[in-house]
Design a protein around this ligand. Structure first.
Ligand code: MN
Length: 285
């Protein structure tokens, strides 16, 4: 059974961090619509004033953040002395678990910056797990050509026996970057019961089998349940992120960069951040 469209959301201009102007596809106000996913931010700008202030030191607990860069780069560092740079085509899959304190500073390339950050929730059993970073270089991400008209970068999950480099994630996510040219269509199986969304980043296309609604850039499609999605580009090429994962079905207590199950757990997290006992595990790379 094909998955039909449940909802379409347009990403909204939002200011985050130390004054970064970005577009938010979904976030706090959409909970629990996209369970197990919490937030998707689109950083797309030709103007350094939009992003150069960055995201100075801040904590995370109870979630994973997935940063995927297309243009420009992000320099990051954490309170344990880890440092790195996320370059175009790279992915950083960071599991905050029990807690990390880090900073993320976007640096443009001739002014250009384009990237995405997805927040994936952790179940109550894993919220306090040991933190980890998975740095994935562009070269480690396989591109699958279904035919000459459909190309897929497999960041996480599996397409035609090609597995993405990011594995063993609790909510069993799939994260694909799909480019299609005109005069083609693409069907992809997604496990029944899993939440799935698409976010259009270039061109426009149809995300329902009946081609009832044309979806443009910076729009998010949330799918209803079913076995597969069917996607058809409009008269030009179409590029979109296709993401799915297993819903947690747990209560969400969320304030800023920390997402737990109860208000008491949130209070504890912020109290620990204030009194210097927030970090429970040292990070290993
Ligand atoms: Mn962060």
């Amino acid at each position: 059974m094909n998955r039909n469209i449940d909802k379409i959301l347009k990403s909204k201009p939002t200011i985050e961090g130390a004054g970064v102007h970005l577009k938010r596809a979904f976030g706090y106000h959409e909970v629990p619509l996209l369970d197990p996913f919490l937030l998707l931010d689109d950083f797309h700008s030709q103007n350094p004033a939009d992003y150069i202030a960055g995201f100075p030191w801040h904590p995370h607990r109870g979630i994973e953040t997935v940063t995927y860069m297309l243009e420009g780069r992000v320099e990051h560092g954490d309170s344990m002395g880890n440092k790195g740079v996320i370059f175009p085509g790279d992915v950083q899959w960071m599991t905050a678990g029990s807690g990390i304190i880090h900073q993320e500073m976007p640096k443009g390339d001739h002014g250009h910056m384009w990237g995405f950050q997805l927040w994936v929730n952790l179940p109550s059993t894993h919220k306090m797990m040991e933190p980890r970073y998975r740095e994935v270089k562009k070269e480690q991400i396989n591109e699958v050509a279904i035919d000459k008209n459909v190309k897929i970068r497999v960041i996480c999950g599996e397409v035609e026996n090609t597995k993405g480099p990011v594995q063993d994630i609790v909510v069993d996510p799939e994260y694909l970057d799909i480019t299609m040219t005109q005069d083609t269509e693409f069907e992809h199986r997604i496990k029944r019961g899993y939440k799935a969304f698409a976010y259009v980043i270039e061109g426009s296309g149809y995300f329902d089998p009946d081609k009832e609604k044309l979806i443009d850039i910076e729009h998010l499609v949330i799918f209803k349940d079913g076995d597969k999605v069917k996607i058809i580009p409009d008269d030009k090429s179409l590029r979109f992120l296709l993401v799915s994962g297993k819903p947690l079905g747990e209560p969400v207590a969320w304030y800023g960069p920390i997402v737990m199950n109860t208000q008491e757990e949130l209070d504890i997290a912020f109290e620990e951040y204030r009194n210097g006992t927030f970090i429970k595990h040292k990070l290993h790379n």
